[in-house]
Design a protein around this ligand. Sequence first.
Ligand code: SF4
Ligand code: SF4
Length: 202
Amino acid sequence: MKVLRFQAQVDETKCVGDKLCQNVCPSGAIQVVAKKAKVDWEKCVGCGKCSDICPHDAAKLVRLAQDKIIGIAPEELETLAKEIDELCWEAGLPPHRVMCSCTRTPAKECAAAVLKGAETPEEITAMTGSGSGCGIYCLARTLTLLKHHLGELKPPKGHKWYDSTPSMWDVPPEVEEQHPESYLKEDRAMRLEYITRKGAKQ
Ligand code: SF4
Ligand code: SF4
C-alpha cells in the first residue's frame, strides 16, 4: 500500500519521444505513442523516475488535489489469505515479510496482486506501489514470487530485470538429502523460526 501525493504529467510541447522515461518507469505507466509520452494515472505510482531522467524537462510530477491510496484492500487480503499463504511459502517468502524496503510492502500484498492477475513486476508495482523506490532488491523477490506462480518469465522488450537470486529455499529436496553436511534443513528451520517469531511481534 502506498499513499500518492504526486503523479506524473508530460508537457507534450517539450517531449521529443526518446522513450527514456518509458524505459525507467517501474509500473509501465508512461508510454510513448506517436512520438509523445503519455501517462496512465491508473498505473502511475508517483515515483518521479520519469521526471528525473527526462533531459527536456517534459515529464514532471504534479501535486494531486487529494492524496490517493494504492494497494490491495485489507478485506481482499483477508479473503485471499489461504492462497496468499500457500504462494508465499512455496516461494520461500513469509507472508508478513517486507518485499520492498522502500515502500514497506509485505510479501502477502504482492502475492495478492499476483493472485488477482498481475503477471509482471510492473503490474505488481502498479497494483501495490512495491518496487517504486530503488527497484533493485525487491525485484529478485518479486520475480521469485511470479516464477512460482507462472513458471519461466521473459522481461518485456527494452526492459532489464535483475534475475532472482537462488537461495537455500530453491535447493531441491533430493539435493538436500544428498548433502546432509551442508545442514540446509537445519538452517531453513532456524530461519523460519526466527522469521515467524519476528512476524508475530510486528
Ligand atoms: S524522457 Fe522526456 S522527452 Fe523523452 S519521451 Fe519521456 S517525456 Fe518525452
Ligand atoms: S510511475 Fe514513476 S516513472 Fe512511471 S509515470 Fe509515474 S512517476 Fe513517472
